[in-house]
Ligand binder design. Structure first.
Ligand SMILES: C[S@@+](CC[C@H](N)C(=O)[O-])C[C@H]1O[C@@H](n2cnc3c(N)ncnc32)[C@H](O)[C@@H]1O
Length: 267
């Protein structure tokens, strides 16, 4: 298996160049626990030698999830795959025991029937060819293996404060994500079964001063990086005016909806 390669050219259709922001990506306070879906999968498989279980995280970023998984399950073989070399360099600093691989999730250079558990967290919307990505995931999963894809569901969170101030970002998300029913149908067409979706919807009151600080750091979320500069500046100046008018401590309603879609490869 070839590990981290040289920097490669990113096509203009790529949503975000993560090499530019890899050194800024890890925010303090974003600590990860071991993946609860992995824990559940291993419990289900407890009778079939779970120590042989091979894990892959696609679009692993700076490797926080796999590092946390490794702390809990040090004897499982784990591979983190990401398109961006800069993200993988951060990942390798975090955990030497995981294999870090630079590749496209739509075209992973990995043998068929290799992994028991594949996760994809907050990444598939960056991949242009989603059908190929799911086909490839199915190919490299072992029979009886599980795929878990976790992401936002932009259709269920029109009141997210990021979309309120930067409406172009919702338009872009609706183009880059798949509606959950379409994602599930695609997985079924490509061979998965036991397909299920679990939603976690939360509403809150966002502190406007804190949100201004967050939004002023454009690297904080791809929704801010992906919109045209003019749309970003327009949203930021409306936000600054609101903070001036209403005060830093004022609160604005917001919401977020995470969806976790799972599917198994028939065993
Ligand atoms: C928002 S980050 C999520 C990273 C990590 N999973 C997490 O939850 O912190 C999206 C990740 O997807 C990666 N990515 C983008 N396009 C990709 C592709 N075609 N194949 C693999 N990874 C990709 C980016 O480099 C980035 O690390």
């Amino acid at each position: 298996m070839e590990e981290i390669g040289q920097f490669q050219m990113i096509s203009s259709s790529q949503r975000v160049d993560y090499d530019r922001i890899a050194h800024l990506y890890d925010e303090p306070g974003r600590d990860f626990d071991a993946d609860t879906n992995l824990v559940e999968f291993l419990n289900e498989k407890a009778r079939d030698k779970p120590s042989l279980c091979r894990i892959l995280d696609m679009g692993c970023g700076t490797g926080k999830q796999l590092a946390a998984n490794h702390d809990k399950f040090p004897d499982r073989q784990a591979v983190g795959l990401d398109l961006f070399h800069g993200m993988l360099l951060q990942a390798r600093k975090r955990c030497m025991e995981v294999h870090w691989l630079q590749a496209d999730s739509a075209n992973p250079p990995l043998a068929g029937n290799t992994f028991d558990y594949i996760s994809n967290q907050f990444s598939y919307h960056h991949v242009q060819d989603k059908k190929r990505m799911i086909e490839s995931t199915f190919r490299i999963l072992r029979p009886g293996g599980r795929f878990v894809i976790t992401n936002l569901d932009p259709w269920s969170m029109s009141g997210w404060i990021v979309y309120t101030y930067f409406p172009a970002s919702r338009g872009r998300d609706l183009a880059d994500f798949l509606p959950v029913d379409q994602l599930m149908a695609l997985m079924q067409r490509l061979g998965f079964w036991n397909i299920d979706a679990k939603y976690k919807h939360s509403r809150n009151e966002e502190n406007l001063g804190d949100f201004l600080k967050y939004a002023s750091e454009r690297h904080r979320t791809s929704q801010l990086m992906v919109i045209p500069d003019a749309d970003y500046q327009k949203g930021l100046s409306t936000l600054r005016e609101d903070v001036k008018r209403l005060g830093k401590a004022s609160r604005m309603p917001s919401e977020i909806c995470l969806v976790c879609v799972t599917g198994d490869k028939p065993g």
